[in-house]
Design a protein around this ligand. Structure first.
Ligand code: GTP
Ligand code: MG
Length: 452
């Protein structure tokens, strides 16, 4: 029933996993195959996201998909850089992503960031599938470019097949250790109860049709109701990144998950001090099919509706926070919307104490994840903030009563140049890591050694 298509938004699919396991390659392959299907024009590049329409997906999935089974418009993929925590991707206190693809290298299996991603998927209750990537690296593999994986498996030697199987069962075992019952996706009856594992290769494209089929099936069956939105309502989104853009000053790369944002709209954006009230000067999108990460040439659009990624240029955005909400005011009062944004930010609770360590993180989501990890480790927090490490943080850390608390734990942040000499002269220890639990472990080890 295609009449629904106007009011059903595109599901947001986050691609996550350990560094180098192939997230970006997988998306490149999906984009690339789309181009070779002659659907290049249909694909739209967004800020931090790629929109693949249903027709293109069914073209790629071939015999695996019957497009008449679906009335969702397609899939919006968000790539999460390996060093970034997926926890940035939040919306209304929950997960921004409707579903997720957890990319795991078949040879490497679970790695620290895989574990971290799984924790967040569990906590947010996000349905996911596992892409067991790099199947082509199995010794003796006979590549079957772009074919469904079972067809490709038929073309493999017994030896190659059993080697791949061994790796796949290793991953299924690791999922089970993490508390998820999982199996190869074609054996899964109920995707709400069991995690489907899709063996594939981002390099050769085999298994990619299967992944797209499973993702469409999952969203159609379990998420259709949540996809029904008022497409003309006031836009709601989440800041992925705050970036300086030449000619525009500070801009926010945003994923819009509900309603529409128009040029000239008054918006409220979560800021480091308080919500920022500003007016949209430009809505920017990368030009079609250009590589998003290096793209400098933007196209100005008059409005953008969910689900989509867009760069918003507006005054006063330099104190905006990654992970914070963006809300269009439209026919409500500014105060109402400011309160909404404040309430949403207040949900991201970081309990602070009179004594404890200083925590800095790159996004609100990762700050929350840090706070959770520290609570579990029974490490009190004196101050927790989003942003790079500044002289003020060192001054605050120095005020801690106990020596072991004179410490700054930085997740995915840098030490600002003007804070370097302060740190040298202060009796404050700095810990930096791109994996949360390692950061906490480093700190715990330091405390243990200090107490000896
Ligand atoms: P980060 O963004 O840094 O976390 O990495 P990523 O997960 O996006 O990995 P990326 O796609 O950059 O791939 C990492 C490396 O693995 C690259 O050298 C890819 O060419 C290679 N690679 C990715 N997928 C495959 C695959 O299916 N087969 C083979 N043989 N190599 C792959
Ligand atoms: Mg990448």
């Amino acid at each position: 029933d295609h009449t629904h298509a106007d009011t059903l938004r595109t599901p947001i699919v986050a691609v996550l996993g350990h560094v180098d396991h192939g997230k970006t390659s997988l998306l490149d392959t999906i984009r690339g195959s789309a181009v070779s299907e002659g659907e290049a024009g249909a694909i739209t590049q967004h800020i931090g996201a790629t929109d693949i329409p249903l027709d293109t997906i069914s073209g790629m999935a071939g015999e695996l998909i019957d497009p008449t089974d679906f009335d969702l418009p397609g899939l919006l993929f968000i790539d999460t850089p390996g060093h970034h925590s997926f926890s940035t991707l939040r919306a209304r206190g929950g997960a921004l992503a409707d579903i997720a693809v957890l990319v795991v290298d078949v040879n490497d299996g679970f790695q620290p960031q895989t574990e971290e991603a799984i924790d967040i998927l569990r906590r947010t209750g996000t349905p996911f599938v596992v892409a067991a990537n790099k199947a082509d690296t199995t010794p003796g593999w006979n590549p079957q470019d772009g074919e469904p994986i079972q067809k490709s498996m038929e073309a493999q030697s017994e030896r190659a097949k059993s080697m791949l199987d061994e790796n796949l069962y290793e991953i299924i075992g690791q999922l089970s250790d993490a508390g998820f019952s999982a199996d190869l996706y074609w054996r899964v009856q109920d995707f709400q109860k069991n995690i489907g594992v899709v063996p594939l290769s981002a390099l050769t494209g085999e298994g990619v049709p299967d992944l797209l089929t499973v993702l469409m099936g999952l969203s159609q069956r379990f998420m259709k109701e949540e996809m029904a939105i008022d497409v003309t309502g006031p836009g709601e989104g989440t800041v992925l990144e705050v970036k300086d853009e030449r000619g525009f000053g500070a801009t926010v790369d945003t994923v819009v998950y509900d309603g529409v944002i128009r040029n000239g709209d008054t918006v409220v954006v979560g800021g480091q001090d308080e919500p920022i009230v500003t007016e949209v000067r430009a809505l920017l999108r990368p030009r079609p099919l250009a590589e998003i990460r290096t793209e400098k040439e933007f196209e100005k659009v008059g409005e953008i509706g969910a689900a989509a990624g867009v760069k918003i240029a507006a005054p006063d955005l330099d104190r905006a926070m990654a992970g914070a909400p963006v809300r269009v005011v439209r026919d409500r009062t500014v105060e109402e919307v400011v309160e909404e944004v404040k309430a949403e930010l207040a949900e991201i609770e970081v309990e602070t104490a009179d004594n404890g360590v200083v925590v800095k993180a790159d996004t609100l989501g990762s700050l929350e994840a840090m706070a959770n990890a520290l609570r579990e480790a029974e490490v009190p927090i004196l101050r927790a903030e989003v942003g790079d490490i500044a002289p003020r943080d060192i001054a605050v850390a120095e005020t801690a009563n106990q020596d072991e608390h004179k410490a700054i734990l930085g997740f995915n942040v840098d030490l600002l140049k003007n804070a370097e000499s302060d740190l040298e002269n202060a009796d404050v220890k700095l810990f930096k890591n791109e994996v949360i639990y390692q950061l906490v472990e480093d700190y715990e080890r330091y405390v243990e050694e200090k107490q000896r």
